[in-house]
Write a protein that binds this ligand. Structure first.
Ligand code: APR
Length: 238
């Protein structure tokens, strides 16, 4: 699959991945805009905005708690594992839009969570913040300070965590190869990261069963799934 970029992959020192929901699809986690995508079934403006949260925190929490338990029951797939394994051969940084923590569970060390984490819970008022994997019985759950807790994810209309975003721009602008996996690239500002890499002269590779708005500007755009294509990367660089 990667013949036409094999030499550049072998020579590369730093490989940066930009990943989206598609890399976790083969772990049983639905994408957002794909065939069985979440935003095809649910109204994002009723479930994934701060206004929706304050309008009906119980509804929002019921949906997030169901997603949390689904994610906690899921396992990394060969796509996640291949990226983690690649760290043994190359400098690898993973800029992910996913909130599922599967890259870290696969063993990836340099993961930048652009849209936060569904495992991390924080208070809407005080500085409480912690990773919580147990199921919440009372929804919405309350903090010791009495305020409502929320998942530490970035909702529509909210800013990305600025430290993570700035670090992601640095990595995207200094990589030899960028591999864009499982994202429709419709959400900004994450969809700017491939632009930074291309402007910096990186070799651009895409893995996605479907075309995206950047497919034509890739050096290689593979119509394949993450779990099928990414393990082959290892055979080239190891
Ligand atoms: N392997 C690789 N790619 C896949 C696979 C797979 N097995 N299955 C689906 N895909 C591709 C789809 O073709 C699609 O292009 O993954 C992409 C998923 O796109 P989206 O559902 O739009 O997800 P994503 O790009 O991650 O969404 C970005 O939008 O809803 C918000 O905050 C949320 O982080 C999310 C952001």
């Amino acid at each position: 699959m990667f013949e036409q970029v094999a030499n550049k992959l072998k020579k590369a020192e730093k490989i940066v991945f930009v990943t989206g929901a598609g890399i976790s699809q083969e772990s049983g986690i639905p994408t957002f805009r794909g065939k069985d995508g979440l935003w095809r079934k649910y109204d994002a403006m009723k479930l994934a905005t701060i206004d929706a949260f304050y309008e009906d925190p119980k509804l929002v929490w019921e949906w997030y708690e169901e997603r949390r338990q689904n994610i906690l029951a899921a396992k990394p797939n060969p796509g996640h594992t291949a990226i983690a394994e690649l760290e043994k051969h190359k400098q690898v940084h993973v800029l992910t839009q996913n909130v599922d923590g599967l890259h870290q569970r696969a063993g990836s060390k340099q993961v930048y969570e652009l849209h936060g984490s569904i495992i991390t819970i924080r208070c809407t008022t005080c500085s409480f913040k912690d990773n919580i994997t147990s199921r919440f019985s009372d929804l919405p759950p309350l903090c010791k300070c009495g305020s409502i807790l929320r998942p530490d994810v970035v909702w529509f209309g909210e800013a990305l965590p600025q430290d993570v975003w700035q670090d992601a721009i640095v990595q995207a602008s200094s990589c030899d190869v960028m591999i864009v996996v499982g994202t429709s690239l419709v959400v900004s500002p994450a969809n700017l990261l491939p632009v930074y890499a291309k402007q910096n002269g990186a070799v651009m590779i895409e893995v996605n069963p479907e075309e995206t708005q950047m497919s034509s500007s890739m050096d290689l755009s593979l119509r394949s799934s993450a779990a099928k294509a990414l393990p082959e990367l290892l055979t080239i660089v190891s």
